[in-house]
Design a protein around this ligand. Structure first.
Ligand SMILES: Nc1ncnc2c1ncn2[C@@H]1O[C@H](COP(=O)(O)OP(=O)(O)OP(=O)(O)O)[C@@H](O)[C@H]1O
Length: 264
């Protein structure tokens, strides 16, 4: 399948420093690409570059074959939907209005947008939140509404920037289970996280090998692998400067970090 999103040799500099150096990746519908790396590795910079919010100093980003910078917001919204760490809404609009607004690229009546928004809210079991002001929802409820907005946008690729960062374990699990459903329904997922274990909630036994993992360190690609690769723990350990071991828990592979000293 063609890669709808292609980042080729992206480099971002701030003064003498390279925040991103020659990073490439491709995401097609049905792909799941996880970008992992420690704080400051350049993950969010890569996300901003992929979304066209930051122009790389070198390299290129294309969406459906066109330079991302040449796309209007409406055109870009037809291909890429973005789930940030936290919903940024200062106006007390309702959850329904928020989700309906994600359909702005469609030329349709307000009523039609709201009908589609209700369907999207129902898909994430959040119909009961429809008339609640979004500013009054808990972090987990807001992220569920944000996932409904992603669905309502009907874009073939979703970009997630550590969307579970502020959520408790139960809410994290729920959010990534939803992401897994979206992936299985055929969407392409580019997911940035410093905690690889959240991905275990998105996959089903047997699908680990389909999750590509790109490790970033100091702005560079440190490794490219798959979730089921035997040496993934070693790769992760190297970029996070710990020892990492993959262990099976209830048929899922998770990674446990241990200090370097105790192993030596
Ligand atoms: N506008 C900026 N000016 C200068 N340095 C910046 C700017 N934005 C980011 N940086 C630096 O670039 C590096 C990469 O930042 P980035 O936010 O992409 O990392 P990250 O991997 O997403 O980190 P985290 O996991 O902490 O969110 C960091 O060292 C950061 O301090």
């Amino acid at each position: 399948m063609t890669s709808l999103l292609e980042v080729s040799g992206a480099t971002v500099r701030k003064g003498e420093r390279a925040l991103l150096e020659d990073v490439s990746l491709r995401v097609a519908p049905g792909d799941f690409v996880a970008v992992v790396g420690p704080n400051g590795a350049g993950k969010t910079t890569l996300m901003r570059v992929a979304l066209g919010l930051q122009r790389p100093d070198a390299g290129r980003v294309t969406v459906n074959g066109r330079d991302v910078g040449a796309l209007s917001p409406r055109e870009r919204a037809a291909f890429l939907a973005w789930l940030p760490q936290r919903v940024q809404v200062s106006e007390p609009i309702t959850a329904l209005e928020h989700v309906a607004a994600a359909r702005y690229r469609f030329k349709e009546s307000h009523r039609r947008s709201e009908e589609s928004a209700l369907v999207a809210l129902a898909r994430v079991q959040a119909e009961a939140l429809a008339s609640r002001p979004i500013t009054e929802l808990s972090g987990g409820e807001q992220q569920r509404v944000a996932v409904a907005a992603l669905l309502a946008q009907e874009a073939p690729l979703v970009l997630l920037d550590e969307p579970a960062n502020f959520l408790d374990p139960a809410q994290q699990l729920e959010l990534y289970a939803l992401v897994g459903q979206m992936w299985r329904s055929g969407l392409g997922v580019l997911c940035i996280t410093h905690d690889i274990n959240v991905l275990a909630h998105a996959m089903r036994a047997g699908s680990e090998g389909r999750i590509r993992v790109l490790g970033l360190s100091k702005g560079r690609v440190a490794f490219e692998s798959h979730y089921d690769a035997p040496d993934l723990g070693e790769h992760l350990g190297r970029v996070f400067s710990v020892r990492m071991r993959g262990v099976e828990v209830e048929n899922r592979r998770v990674f446990v970090g241990m200090s370097l000293e105790r192993g030596e």
